[in-house]
Design a protein around this ligand. Structure first.
Ligand code: UFG
Length: 337
């Protein structure tokens, strides 16, 4: 298939580009580079030995999106592009609704006009709201912040589209906590600001860019009191997208939902210890108060994806830490400008 990857220069998008090429697909990237560096593209080309066509524009631009579909051949779309910072979404809700919903409207309209029927959508465990422990796909969805609501709403919009147009084949992929990096150390997560998420924060402490990790609360109802999450190696996540895409080519279901996670929980302190092992020294941290809006425990029930996609996570927390550390130590300041 020739696959349009929106947000293909971003963290998960770039790893998925590699997985698609490795599986024999062609890719076209669209990215506005609002949260990605253009230098990632050269690295993808070095790893694949292929030219990666990239269109640099904002998908909320209906005319540019239409022009892309009118002038290129596209068999399927994987839609990663979107704003994703929970805290920022509380400050700038209108930006989040406008960008995340607007890009989906523009993309799906262009797909319909040009008879592109396969769409894989980046959703999140955030759609389980405060009910994220052992989550199965049939749980009711809701959110606790504007970012989360954009995912809940986009899922609902896509379900309505699948009812109206049963020829569509749509996958809603609910990711748990993606971490890790390509084993080459040349592709990885490069937050543009202070990292919001645990793994990139620990990695920046390890490389000397941050003084110490702040552990947000050790009084949760979990084995060591710190938050428990289902970390998934970004390469396993990327493989899940390829599996979902290939399933869309054969399924009769207009829309399907799959959790992408390992089913196992790891606490903040367990992840810190695993990262220290990868680095070979202790890392400084302090326990501070809880972060507003955090749940104690989040992990997937991945059995539906395991059974229906023939997919499961392969990589351990140790590998996630080793690969993140290779990326961070080889690129202490992230991608060059
Ligand atoms: N944590 C810290 N210190 C930090 C950062 C995080 O202790 O500096 C803790 C959090 O309190 C939490 C755990 O580490 O217990 C993981 O936090 P992350 O921010 O890495 O991940 P979240 O599970 O909070 O958020 C992720 C995605 C969101 C998504 C959510 C789904 O980043 O986009 O999962 O519930 F909405």
């Amino acid at each position: 298939m020739r696959v349009l990857v929106s947000g293909g220069a971003g963290y998960i998008g770039s790893h998925t580009v590699l997985a698609l090429v490795a599986a024999g697909h062609d890719v076209v990237v669209v990215d506005d580079f609002s949260n990605a560096k253009p230098t990632v593209v050269g690295r993808l080309e070095a790893l694949t030995g292929r030219h990666i066509p990239v269109h640099a524009f904002d998908l909320t631009d209906i005319d540019k999106t239409e022009h892309l579909f009118a002038t290129d051949t596209i068999d399927a779309v994987i839609h990663f592009a979107g704003y994703k910072a929970v805290g920022e979404s509380v400050q700038k809700p209108l930006d989040y609704y406008q960008n995340n919903l607007g890009s989906t409207f523009s993309l799906v309209r262009a797909m319909q006009r040009h008879d592109v029927d396969k769409l894989v959508f980046s959703s999140s465990a955030t759609v389980y709201g405060t009910d994220q422990a052992g989550a199965t796909e049939d749980r009711p969805t809701f959110a606790t912040n504007p970012y989360g609501w954009t995912k809940v709403m986009q899922e609902q919009i896509l379900r309505d589209i699948a009812v109206a147009d049963p020829d569509m084949r749509i996958a809603l992929l609910r990711y748990f906590n993606p971490v890790g990096a390509h084993p080459s150390g040349t592709i990885g997560e490069d937050p543009s600001d202070v990292p919001n998420n645990l793994m990139p924060y620990i990695a920046q402490v390890a490389v000397g860019r941050r003084e110490k990790l702040q552990v947000f609360g050790d009084d949760y109802d979990t084995p060591d009191g710190t938050g428990v999450r289902d970390y998934i190696h970004v390469e396993d996540l990327a493989a899940g997208h390829v599996a979902a895409l290939e399933k869309l080519a054969v399924t009769d279901e207009p829309i399907s939902t799959w959790n992408l996670g390992s089913g196992r929980g790891t606490s903040v302190l367990e992840l810190l210890r695993a990262f220290e092992k990868a680095v070979g020294r202790e890392l400084p941290y302090e326990v501070v108060g809880r972060r507003a809006g955090d749940v104690a425990t989040s992990y997937a029930d991945p059995s539906k994806a395991n059974a229906e996609l023939g997919w499961s996570t392969q990589k351990t927390v140790e590998e996630m830490c080793a690969d993140t550390w290779r990326w961070q130590s080889q690129n202490p300041d992230g991608y060059p400008d």
